[in-house]
Design a protein around this ligand. Structure first.
Ligand code: GLN
Length: 378
C-alpha cells in the first residue's frame, strides 16, 4: 500500500532517546526536564481528582482555564481573547499545530516553513495535501532574511509557520522581525501559525514578541503554547491555541473530532496554578541559571557556541573536533562517550550539515555537571 508519508521515519527524539537509554548515556537529547514539577501543582491535580472532576471537560476546554489563559495574554501582551470563542485547550501544542493546519490547508496550498524547524509541522502539511515551502536559515546566526522570505510568497501561499523562541537554534524574533513579517503579510490573506511554546523561556532581559502584540498579525494568527514546557510537565500534554473567533470556529470543528476534549483534572489544576503569575514569570531566571552554568562549564571545551537567547536548548558547533556528519558524531557521543544530543540536520532542509548538535539544559544540576565533564574531555 502507498504510504501517505513515504519520507517520514520514526522521530529523531524516539530513536536517539532509545539509543541513549540503551547506553545509559547522560541524556540531553529530547527536550524535557529531568527534575520534578512543583508539588503544589501536583497536589492541585490530586485535589481535582478527589473533587470528582473525572469526566469529560467541555470540548473547547474547562472555562476557568480558558479564562486564566486569556488573562495571562492580556497581562503580558495587552490583547484580549474571548475565552468563550477564541481560546481552546489542546493536547499539547502538537495537537494545536496539527489542528490549525488540518482546519485550513487544502490540496495544493503552500505553507512557508522556516528551517531548521521542529519536526511536527511538515507531516501535518503533507497529510493535508499541502506543500511545504522552505526558507533555510544559515548557521551560526539562524537569522531570517525577510527579503528571501518575501520571495517565497506566491498566490498559493496559505500559511506561514513561525517559532519564537526557536527550537533548535535558541534564537528569538525581535520586534523589528515581527514588524517585517506584519508588513509582508498585510496585503495578503495568509494565515500565521505562531508556535510560541517557549514563550516563558527567554533570557538576558529580552521580551517575547508574541504575534498577539501586533494588530495585523493577531488578526490572522493561531498562537500555540504548551504548559508542558512552562510548568515542567511535558508528560501531561496540555497546551492551548488562541485565535480570532472566525478562525477558532473552524479550528474547533477539527479539534472536536480529533480529541473532543483534554484531560479534565489537569485543566482544573492549571487554572488554579495560573492565578499566581510568578509561576510563569520566574521561569526565565530559573532557566537562565541553568544555561549559564552549562555554558560556563564548557567554556574551556573545544565547542564553539552563541549563548541561547531563549528555549532550553543550546547549539554547540563541533567543527573544531570533527567535520563528520552530525548524526555520526552524535551517535558516537552516545555509544562511546555516554552523552546524548540531537543532530541539527534532522531539522534542516535535506539534512544539510551545520556541524551543530543540540543539547537540552532543562536538567538537574548533577546531570549538567556530568555532561560538562564529558564535553570538556572531547
Ligand atoms: N519538543 C521536544 C524537543 O524538541 C520533543 C518532543 C517530542 O519528542 N515530540 O526535544
Amino acid at each position: 500500500k502507498a504510504s501517505k508519508l513515504p519520507d517520514v521515519k520514526t522521530t529523531i527524539f524516539t530513536t536517539v532517546g532509545n539509543l541513549a537509554r540503551a547506553h545509559n548515556a547522560i541524556d540531553l537529547s529530547q527536550g524535557f526536564p529531568n527534575f520534578e514539577a512543583d508539588d503544589k501543582l501536583k497536589s492541585l491535580v490530586t485535589d481535582a481528582l478527589n473533587n470528582g472532576h473525572n469526566q469529560y471537560a467541555p470540548m473547547p476546554g474547562y472555562f476557568g482555564l480558558r479564562e486564566a489563559i486569556s488573562e495571562k495574554i492580556e497581562i503580558l501582551h495587552n490583547r484580549t481573547y474571548d475565552p468563550e470563542n477564541e481560546v481552546t485547550v489542546t493536547v499539547g501544542a502538537t495537537e494545536a499545530i496539527f489542528t490549525a493546519i488540518t482546519a485550513f490547508i487544502n490540496k495544493g496550498d503552500e505553507v512557508i516553513v522556516i528551517k531548521p524547524a521542529y519536526d511536527c509541522y511538515e507531516p501535518a502539511i503533507i497529510l493535508n495535501g499541502g506543500i511545504p515551502v522552505y526558507v533555510q536559515l544559515d548557521a551560526p546566526d539562524y537569522k531570517i532574511d525577510w527579503s528571501v522570505f518575501q520571495q517565497k510568497i506566491t498566490d498559493k501561499t496559505k500559511m506561514v509557520i513561525l517559532n519564537t523562541p526557536h527550537n533548535p537554534s535558541g534564537t528569538i524574533l525581535s520586534k523589528w522581525d515581527m514588524e517585517q513579517l506584519e508588513a509582508i503579510l498585510k496585503p495578503t490573506n495568509i494565515l500565521l501559525l505562531s508556535d510560541e511554546v517557549y514563550e516563558h523561556i527567554i533570557f538576558d532581559k529580552q521580551t517575547h514578541e508574541s504575534a498577539s502584540r501586533f494588530n495585523d498579525l493577531a488578526q490572522r494568527s493561531f498562537i500555540c503554547a504548551s504548559f508542558g514546557k512552562t510548568f515542567h510537565v511535558t508528560g501531561w500534554k496540555v497546551g492551548y491555541c488562541v485565535a480570532p473567533a472566525e478562525l477558532m470556529k473552524e479550528f474547533r470543528k477539527v479539534h472536536q473530532f480529533a480529541v473532543f476534549c483534554v484531560d479534565h483534572p489537569v485543566q482544573r489544576a492549571l487554572a488554579e496554578y495560573l492565578k499566581n503569575p510568578s509561576h510563569y514569570l520566574d521561569l526565565n531566571n530559573f532557566y537562565k541559571q541553568k544555561r549559564d552554568f552549562f555554558l560556563e562549564g564548557i567554556k574551556s571545551s573545544k565547542f564553539k557556541f552563541r549563548p541561547s537567547k531563549g528555549t532550553y536548548f543550546q547549539l554547540l558547533d563541533y567543527s573544531t573536533i570533527s567535520m563528520e556528519q552530525d548524526e555520526i558524531i552524535g551517535k558516537r557521543l552516545i555509544t562511546e562517550n555516554g552523552i546524548a544530543s540531537i543532530p541539527i540536520s534532522s531539522f534542516n532542509v535535506n539534512n544539510r550539515n551545520d556541524h551543530m548538535l543540540r543539547f537540552c539544559f532543562a536538567k538537574k544540576q548533577e546531570t549538567l555537571e556530568q555532561a560538562v565533564q564529558i564535553l570538556c574531555k572531547l
